[in-house]
Design a protein around this ligand. Structure first.
Ligand SMILES: Nc1nc2c(ncn2[C@@H]2O[C@H](COP(=O)(O)OP(=O)(O)OP(=O)(O)O)[C@@H](O)[C@H]2O)c(=O)[nH]1
Ligand SMILES: [Mg+2]
Ligand SMILES: [Zn+2]
Length: 299
């Protein structure tokens, strides 16, 4: 700690405007933010003005190596900072939405973070259908792991080694189950927190970082119903759909938005069958929504 009572720390939980910070003196403090800034996320390296052994105030944040976030028309929702891998968890039951998957992939791609797709509950009969639906994503080069988190978590372990990973996905896919299987001690903590919030549910309500071992960390996050990528303009979005990347710059018009322009290389690839019609439609839906809701430049 410096003489003015400032200490470094890592945000291990984010509850709206309150944060739990694991400080360099080994004490985890409940922190508020000081000053105007309050846009911190789980995984941020911060400077804390120590108040006592349980409380402090965050007054600065180190530059981020990465930031995963989602956004709607009005605001951004920070998910996790300084992660090196996004683990997108899907499961056959309850069913998952491919558009949400596209959005998670786009957000991770735009933030330049490696992705792993986990198909959990793979023992269920319905998993065969999910596998078929996911095959095109594996063909694009996204690593895909089939898992039965409830019974055997071991296949996932080596893929998390050396990473700070964040679990994202819709509710009920098994994110917290994965965490609990990897780190049996976390189960009590998860239950404790949700019981203390009085919800009586075991679903996750806030992001929380856990240390798996000396090299690896895992952040569990609440399930999402939609993963907005409103922060991605049309150009960013096209670059975040990985199979579009090699074609960018090959359209007739330099400012092609790949919607209905003549001479569009991406549309041509779809016609030729090298880009899937579903992915192009998904891109166009997001691009059109972004253009429709775009704020005027003077705002
Ligand atoms: N059949 C089966 N069920 C599983 C498996 N893994 C998890 N589940 C069940 O799926 C349900 C949801 O699991 P959670 O881990 O709470 O899901 P979550 O993704 O954390 O959900 P949120 O916190 O709401 O986002 C629980 O009833 C788990 O027991 C699995 O491998 N097979
Ligand atoms: Mg959960
Ligand atoms: Zn185009």
């Amino acid at each position: 700690m410096t003489s003015d009572g400032i200490i470094r720390g890592l945000i291990v939980a984010a509850y709206g405007r309150r944060f739990l910070v694991e400080c360099a003196d080994g004490i985890t403090r409940d922190c508020v933010t000081r000053g105007k800034r309050n846009d911190y996320a789980c995984g941020d390296d911060v400077a804390v003005a120590v108040q006592n052994d349980t409380q402090g105030a965050i007054n600065d944040c180190a530059p981020r190596k990465s930031l995963l976030y989602r956004s709607d028309q009005w605001k951004q929702k920070l998910i996790a900072a300084n992660v090196t891998q996004v683990v997108i968890v899907v499961a056959p039951v309850p069913s998952f939405d491919l558009n949400v998957l596209d959005c998670c992939l786009a957000a991770a791609g735009d933030a330049d973070i490696k992705v792993l797709i986990v198909l959990n509950k793979a023992e269920l009969a319905e998993a065969a259908t999910s596998e078929a639906v996911l095959a095109p994503f594996a063909a694009l080069g996204y690593p895909l792991l089939k898992l039965v988190a409830r019974d055997n978590i071991n296949p996932l372990r080596p893929l998390l080694d050396g990473h700070r990973s964040v679990l994202v996905g819709e509710s009920g896919m098994g994110k917290s189950t994965i965490l609990n299987q990897l780190l049996p001690g976390a189960a009590a903590q998860t239950r404790e927190v949700s019981a203390s919030l009085g919800t009586g549910k075991h679903t996750t309500t806030h992001a929380r970082l856990y240390r798996l071992d000396a090299r690896s960390e895992l952040i569990d996050t609440p399930g999402v119903q939609a993963f907005g990528v409103h922060h991605l303009g049309v150009e960013d979005l096209a670059g975040a759909f990985i199979e579009f990347r090699p074609l960018l710059g090959h359209c007739r018009f330099r400012d092609c938005r790949h919607l209905a322009e003549p001479g569009c290389a991406i549309a041509a690839a779809e016609t030729a069958g090298t880009i899937s019609a579903r992915r192009l439609a998904s891109f166009r839906r997001l691009a059109e929504e972004n253009l429709r809701l775009k704020r005027p430049d003077w705002e």
